[in-house]
Design a binder for this molecule. Structure first.
Ligand code: SAM
Length: 255
């Protein structure tokens, strides 16, 4: 079971964690999600959690005292791994999701405004493993959506959460032979829809050919949509056919 504590000034943002795979995982007890309102640890009448930044500049910064009291109360003597979403953090990747899915307890601290006073991360960094994590190169209004993204990516990797455990093995970015590869296109019935046919190989029943076709499509899609990933594929994960296809795709006038 994975325990998740989430501290935010908008705990209601996390209503989606009641539905679908994650909702079921919570019902089954695979995931224990505990939401906390940060303002419960603010003591003035306005329940203030922010103040003006030292050094000047626009926006507000979240106060260390409120965060300190909140985190102390939530963790007690425990040592969860603390995750702080921020656009200036390390990238959230499938690899990090796998790593976090192996933890027993995660504490997510959702920033708003210009973020959390940096001393909070310094203070807890001496007691806990603290990771500042970015979900992408863009700026959101708050950490809540970033935490929803991370919880969904982590939660679906927990044992028993996905109906078919193999789904995660074939996913884009999955460890092993799909590392740094995007998954290719997928199809279901009917075999012809509005004149568009499902690629014949998928109807052939020939597992080896299907696997080869899927891998070719994964390579093609990665070269097209994420050339920087394709350029960094580990040669040890590439067979002769992969290498020949990649060489072909490098040629500018190839189809
Ligand atoms: C407006 S942003 C603060 C941006 C900050 N001034 C900067 O440029 O790094 C407010 C909060 O949204 C969250 N946030 C915004 N973009 C994010 C991203 N790409 N990944 C993770 N969290 C993000 C963080 O919790 C952040 O503290």
């Amino acid at each position: 079971m994975l325990r998740l504590d989430i501290v935010s000034i908008f705990p209601e943002y996390f209503a989606p964690l009641d539905v679908s795979l994650i909702g079921k995982a919570r019902e089954r007890g695979t995931l224990d999600v505990r939401l906390h309102q940060l303002r419960d640890w603010a003591h003035d009448v306005h329940k203030t959690v922010d103040d003006t930044p030292y050094g000047g500049g626009p926006g507000m910064v979240m106060k260390p005292e409120v965060w300190g009291e909140a985190i102390d109360t939530v963790i007690g003597d425990g040592t969860p791994r603390m995750i702080v979403p921020t656009p200036s953090g390390r990238p959230f990747t499938q690899e990090l999701a796998q790593e976090l899915a192996r933890e027993e307890w995660l504490l997510f601290c959702c920033g708003r405004y210009e973020g959390i006073d940096s001393r909070v991360m310094t203070e807890y960094g001496s007691r806990l493993r603290v990771d500042e994590v970015s979900i992408g190169d863009y700026v959101l209004a708050g950490g809540e959506v970033a935490v929803l993204v991370m919880v969904e990516a982590i939660g679906r990797l927990l044992p028993g959460v996905l109906g078919n455990a193999c789904s995660a093995v074939d996913d884009s970015f999955a460890p092993g032979s799909m590392r740094n590869l995007l998954e290719g296109p997928v199809y279901t019935k009917p075999p012809v829809w509005r004149g568009h046919e499902v690629p014949g190989v998928l109807l052939s029943g020939h597992h080896g050919k299907v696997a080869r076709w899927r891998r070719d499509e994964a390579l093609r899609r990665t070269v097209k949509n994420r050339p920087e990933l394709a350029a960094n594929l580990d040669p040890q994960t590439l067979d002769k056919h992969d290498q020949a296809l990649l060489k072909d795709l490098e040629t500018p006038d190839s189809p």
